[in-house]
Design a protein around this ligand. Sequence first.
Ligand code: GRF
Length: 191
Amino acid sequence: KRIVLFASGSGSNVENIIRHFQHNDFVTVTAVLTNKSDAKVLERCKRLNISALYFNKNAFSAQGCLLDVLEGLQPDLIVLAGFLLKVPQNLIMNFPNKIINIHPALLPKYGGKGMYGSHVHQAVKDNKDTETGITIHYVNENYDEGAIIHQAKTAIAPQDTVADITRKVHELEFEHFPKVIEKLLASPNIA
Ligand code: GRF
């Protein structure tokens, strides 16, 4: 089975997923696609010897442009790991139930446009929440609203800083995301 990863930033999840499947004969990370030409994820791909492809925002929203690339790569699953652009309708239609995303909170809480990275964790702290977590979900035409596949929680102490919350959420992401991907790829729903 083939996975294509999308990322816009540091790419620590991308690296974790690549490492998880490195010695797996059944699953291959075919490529990493990014919309940021200076994203740290590109350095990680170079180091890990995984092909990376940069596309700009216009190419992403242009009908057919990225579709050709993706059809060439033939992914069984497209995984958004810290990817910040909205996925256009034509990609969603061409890869039904094959695009998943990870969100660093317990959706439906803290979802929607502008809710990414430390914004989410700051909001969780401001609201004095006692727990947060991760949500892995299918991608549909609305931000963070596709069907939920998996959630995991972590407790927050009152003294936790935004950095502490970020670290706790990353730990959950590293533990759960590769396993959920592996499980999805093994399920009969994925062609
Ligand atoms: C992750 O917390 C992800 O859930 C969120 O952005 C962060 C990306 O981190 N959407 P990284 O680029 O994988 O290090």
